[in-house]
Design a protein around this ligand. Structure first.
Ligand code: NDP
Ligand code: 13P
Length: 344
């Protein structure tokens, strides 16, 4: 079927790197509309087919449309409410505000049955809530789920192969996400383990920062492998205590995303670690406007782990470096000099 004839419709809210990439992937099988906060951004995407604010060197498909007009976005969904998907592409810091604004509009337009998926990775700072908890506090929409997995936005826009997992208790969410995003370069897997998927995605960012620091200090391949493996142990320990299925953490959204961001230089969390190792201050790094959710997440995770009595030495070391100003080399020594113990 040609796109012109496809009944499917996607609305992506949040025109950052990942929102733009998913809206691009969605053009394969659906009429895809990207909602931007800035009119000039939407206009540039419509007229010149690139996003002037994010990944601006990449050309976007002519079939991708953009708007900054909320009524246009709602009208887009009203054309085929039974065939639509909404993707929230904003970071966790913007989740509650975005849901409050859009869910009210969707309810007023009687569009609350449209499947909604989100992509953010982290805990809400003020409440410690996971994204699905924010969603449930804001609404009782029936068809919601999380999309996650190892995926750099740039590579997705370039149509390089990627595998993602959608976790939801709603069959409709899984099916609609697959109908729209599953294609010759993008594989969609299904899961019901929302907590496991969300916790894996949030915590891998902390280990990516740790690996950035280790690589920046030129500690070698052995050190990176040890951090990834022991990092996965920390993620699994906390994630399964929080209710995640232990096997989820060795899947795409756990180990997969951990390996990607701990080793791939496109990762902004890894870049934070590399910059810290070069002696840059956290303040200077964050002032550059980088979206690196592992920084906030490290502090929230350590607080939660302490509360639950769970040992997370790598996370603790990262917090010492980021927030207590301990030199990275000293934190490495402290980690290495811990008492010998049973591995598993
Ligand atoms: N980039 C990637 O490769 C991947 C990212 N993710 C996850 O997706 C989420 C989004 O990441 P990414 O696109 O990279 O981030 P970016 O920093 O590239 O973009 C963030 C987007 O959110 C918008 N935004 C920020 N604050 C608010 C707010 N208060 N209200 C409304 N909109 C807001 C920004 O708008 P504006 O430009 O106007 O500030 C921008 O459109 C993150 O949680 C990330 O972990 C997941 C997989 C891959
Ligand atoms: O989560 C990501 C890929 O799956 C992107 O990682 P960063 O946020 O570290 O860039």
């Amino acid at each position: 079927m040609t796109i012109a004839k496809s009944p499917l419709r996607t609305l992506v809210i949040g025109a950052g790197s990942w929102g733009t990439a998913l809206a691009t992937a969605a053009t394969r099988h659906s009429h895809s509309l990207l909602f931007c906060r800035h009119p000039d951004q939407a206009l540039t995407i419509e007229k010149h087919h690139y996003n002037p604010r994010y990944l601006s060197d990449l050309l976007l498909p002519l079939t991708l449309h953009a708007t900054s007009d909320i009524s246009v976005a709602i009208h887009h969904l009203q054309q085929a409410p039974q065939q639509s998907l909404i993707i929230l592409g904003v970071p966790v810091i913007a989740m509650r505000e975005t849901c409050q604004q859009w869910f009210t509009l969707l309810q007023q337009a009687q569009l609350e049955h449209i499947p909604i998926i989100w992509t953010c990775k982290g805990f809400e700072q003020s409440t410690g809530a996971l994204p699905h908890e924010i969603i449930h506090q804001v609404s009782h929409f029936p068809h919601t789920g999380v999309l996650s997995g190892p995926s750099f936005a740039k590579e997705v826009i370039q149509h390089l192969p990627v595998a993602l997992t959608v976790a939801s208790h709603s069959y409709l969410v899984q099916q609609r996400t697959t109908d729209i995003l599953h294609n010759s370069f993008c594989r969609i897997y299904h899961s019901q383990d929302i907590i496991g998927v969300e916790v894996g995605g949030a915590l891998k960012n902390i280990i990516a920062i740790a690996c950035g620091i280790a690589d920046g200090l030129q500690l070698g391949n052995n050190a990176r492998a040890a951090l990834i493996t022991r990092g996965l142990v920390e993620i699994t320990r906390l994630g399964s205590t929080m209710g995640g299925d232990p096997s989820t953490f060795i899947g795409l959204t756990g180990l997969g995303d951990l390996v990607l961001t701990a080793t791939g230089d496109l990762s902004r969390n890894r870049q934070v670690g590399l910059a810290i190792a070069q002696g840059k201050t956290l303040q200077a790094i964050m002032d550059s406007g980088i979206t690196a959710e592992g920084v906030r997440c490290a502090r929230d995770t350590l607080a939660r782990a302490t509360h639950l009595g769970i040992e997370m030495p790598i996370t603790q070391a990262i917090c010492r470096v980021l927030f207590e100003g301990i030199p990275p080399k000293e934190a490495v020594q402290q980690l290495l000099m811990r008492e010998a113990k049973q591995e598993i």
